[in-house]
Design a protein. Structure first.
Length: 288
């Protein structure tokens, strides 16, 4: 088995009051040959470490990871029982450990998780740090003058304080809510999960059946930041984007535009193309 380094915890930062984070990493990775998605590397970082960094940047006081993936303290690792019960089961396993009034919920297979978290925190006006009943209706979506977002669904039946939504969810360019990229009110989330699981339990329960009953503010993803990784092709594309993006940044910093910089960019593109051709049935790229 390929050895993988566990990134050290991010540098110290004062937590944002009222926000915990849950990262779901318990899937089978079936379309990737059964690989642990959280252990896949994009841009030289494991995907679980990208998600942990995003939660840290959001100021989460506590971060709970659900799944069989190595993490370092202060992140906490738990596992749903039985395993592989799906996102709703993973969320149900984590919720008893959540005490903050707001919860950042992320999948582990989002290579641009920091950009998603930035969208969510800007849309909420840093709502999770505000009082639990404070209205976020005047929040600007992404700082570009967009009007306040519309709500997903009708009124919530789960005890929403007057003047505030149940949460904020990223919506992709096709108008589909990305349930595993959202900030949710913890009390509403717990009640919705209890209600949805009353009939048949949480194992195998679709997460949308839990969350679609909530009143959620839409957060448009106009830049494709919510693209996840389910297939070898998506993994290769994410690695190629990361390689090109890294060298674009290096090229911008080099104002002289030297031949060495051009060669570096060409080398990054060649490496990305090679990676795309060497994805195995297990979803891992063999280093060329």
């Amino acid at each position: 088995m390929e050895a993988r380094a566990v990134a050290p915890p991010p540098r110290s930062r004062r937590p944002t009051p009222g926000l915990d984070a849950v990262i779901l990493a318990g899937g089978r990775g079936s379309r990737l040959g059964g690989v642990s998605k959280g252990d896949l590397e994009v841009g030289g970082r494991r995907l679980i470490d990208v998600a942990l960094g995003a939660a840290h940047d959001a100021g989460a006081s506590r971060t709970i990871v659900v799944g069989a993936v190595a993490v370092q303290a202060p992140a906490e690792l738990i596992r749903e029982d039985p395993a592989f019960g799906g996102p709703a089961a993973g969320l149900a396993a984590a919720l008893p450990s959540v005490s903050a009034p707001w919860l950042l919920l992320l999948a582990c297979d989002l290579p641009r998780a920091p950009a998603l978290v930035e969208l969510l925190t800007e849309a909420s006006g840093r709502g999770p740090a505000a009082s639990d009943g404070e209205s976020d209706s005047e929040s600007d979506i992404d700082g570009d003058g967009s009007p306040p977002a519309s709500a997903v669904g009708a009124a919530s039946a789960y005890g929403v304080p007057v003047g505030g939504p149940d949460g904020f969810v990223v919506v992709d360019s096709d108008g589909r809510p990305q349930w595993l990229a959202g900030i949710y009110r913890t009390t509403a989330l717990k009640r919705a999960l209890e209600h949805a699981a009353a009939a048949s339990g949480v194992h195998g329960l679709a997460l949308r059946h839990v969350l679609e009953s909530l009143t959620l503010t839409r957060v448009p993803d106009r830049r494709g930041a919510s693209a996840d990784i389910d297939t070898p092709e998506q993994l290769a594309a994410a690695r190629a984007d990361a390689a090109i993006g890294a060298f674009d940044a290096a090229g911008t910093a080099d104002s002289a535009g030297s031949a060495d910089s051009v060669d570096s960019v060409d080398g990054a593109a060649e490496h990305a193309r090679a990676a795309q051709q060497t994805i195995t049935a297990h979803g891992k790229a063999q280093r060329p």
